[in-house]
Design a protein around this ligand. Structure first.
Ligand SMILES: CC(C)(COP(=O)(O)OP(=O)(O)OC[C@H]1O[C@@H](n2cnc3c(N)ncnc32)[C@H](O)[C@@H]1OP(=O)(O)O)[C@@H](O)C(=O)NCCC(=O)NCCSC(=O)C(=O)O
Length: 390
């Protein structure tokens, strides 16, 4: 990699499915040398998630697995076997970071918890990602994305007001935990490089979902009332939601008073600007059911594309409600160079979304995900024998 910000950082990832592997892939995309330690025989369970691509039954690779395990290497070890556990300890001596997302207590039971690893490498930054954190009444509870979206309050504010609570269609519980984990790991690595003292990072899916729910939790703290479900609408802004046009729905967000005036102009309802129900942002949000009813007929009179062109001309933020196939083929995404070829170990090429943040001096590459145990000898030789850490 060229000028990679994390060039030279050695990461051992005991990751499975999403949160741990995503944290590892964020580090790998920025140039870290990330080695997955996987279960012998089967490896990370996500290896079997469809779509599996490739001609031969025994040489197919999962697109899902590739998306969060590109740019990594793999070693398969039986963590219940004493010799393999010693191999892990040898690797830990020569690494900077360990990241894992097993149920709290699993790696402690295997003799590979933070205390054991800090004994062989006091500077190691060890990040545990779990559903509920390492301590507290729920620490040993297993968690999947949907259970944490439910328990965290997120589902209670997602969905239409008169419908059932639903989860976000993207597994934010896993991916947000992975993001916080990678961010905190890089901070702890900086401190470790200055002090020689590592860290145990306790990153929970519950805590991180509460962390990104800052507007909802602060609303509750301020009012004493639970925020409710508003579909695509906003509690403190209107018009700001999906509206129905003649052919389909689209989104427009006239999120301040100037944009509200422009919105009224575009829909040809200038009389609404001075309507006492809509004079301020706060009033528009409070009276948004009436506002939506007032503009509904007019918006349904033209197709979404016409409205989008008109709002865009007026500088009012608006958007089509795309499918992934639509946005991935969009000329703007093409100009961002986000969709790139992602090779699989069997030579088949799929596509992937590259690391989405540009860092000057660094080109994030999209290297193949590893075959299970592909790099066993290579990593041991490199890390332990050829380039040992002092
Ligand atoms: C996802 C889980 C509920 C799965 O629970 P379980 O299937 O009961 O697994 P556990 O993590 O409790 O334990 C893993 C077991 O595998 C053993 N184990 C693990 N790796 C190895 C290797 N390499 N060799 C031998 N044995 C191994 C380990 O010792 C444990 O066995 P024993 O020692 O015998 O117990 C839990 O791992 C969990 O809560 N993880 C943290 C939260 C998380 O990341 N969830 C996201 C999942 S994906 C998701 O959200 C989604 O798809 O949606």
């Amino acid at each position: 990699m060229n000028g990679a910000p994390l060039d030279g950082l050695r990461v051992l990832e005991f990751g499975q499915i999403a949160a741990g592997p995503f944290a590892g892939s964020l580090l790998a995309d920025l140039g870290a040398d990330v080695v997955k330690i996987e279960r012998r025989g089967e490896g990370d369970g996500m290896r079997l998630w469809p779509p599996l691509m490739g001609e031969q039954d025994d040489d197919r690779y999962s697109g899902n697995f590739a998306s969060v395990n590109r740019n990594k290497r793999s070693i398969a070890l039986d963590l219940k076997d004493a010799a393999d556990r010693d191999t892990v300890l040898d690797l830990v001596r020569h690494s900077d970071v360990v990241v894992e997302n097993y149920r709290a207590g699993v790696l402690d039971r295997l003799g590979l918890g933070y205390d054991a690893l800090a004994e062989v490498n006091p500077a190691v930054v060890y990040c545990s990602i779990s559903g509920y954190g390492q301590t507290g009444p729920y620490a040993r509870h297993g968690a999947f994305d949907v259970t944490v979206q439910a328990v965290s309050g997120l589902m209670s504010v997602t969905g239409e007001a008169d419908g059932e609570p639903v989860k976000c269609g993207v597994p934010v519980g896993d991916f947000v935990a992975g993001l916080y984990a990678a961010y905190t790991i890089t901070a702890a690595v900086r401190r470790a490089s200055q002090t020689g003292v590592g860290a145990h990072i306790d990153c929970s899916m519950l805590g991180t979902l509460l962390g990104i729910s800052a507007l909802q939790t602060s609303e509750y703290f301020g009012t004493g009332r639970d925020p409710g479900r508003l579909g695509s609408a906003h509690p403190r802004n209107a018009p700001y939601r999906a509206f129905r046009a003649a052919d389909k729905s689209f989104v427009v967000a006239a999120g301040n008073s100037d944009l509200w005036r422009r919105f009224c102009d575009v829909v040809g309802m200038a009389e609404l600007v001075d309507d006492p129900r809509y004079l301020t942002q706060e009033l528009r949000a409070r009276n948004q059911d009436a506002l939506t009813a007032d503009v509904d007929g007019r918006l349904r009179s033209r197709d979404a594309a016409d409205w989008l062109a008109a709002f865009e001309d007026a500088g009012v933020p608006c958007a089509p409600i795309n499918t992934f196939s639509e946005i991935l083929a969009d000329p703007h995404v093409e100009a961002m160079n986000l969709v790139r070829p992602l090779p699989l170990p069997n030579g088949v090429a799929t596509s992937g979304v590259a690391f989405p943040v540009a860092v000057s001096g660094h080109t994030a590459e999209m290297g193949a995900p590893p075959r299970l145990d592909e790099h066993h000898d290579e990593v041991l030789k490199e890390w332990i024998h050829e380039h040992p850490r002092a």
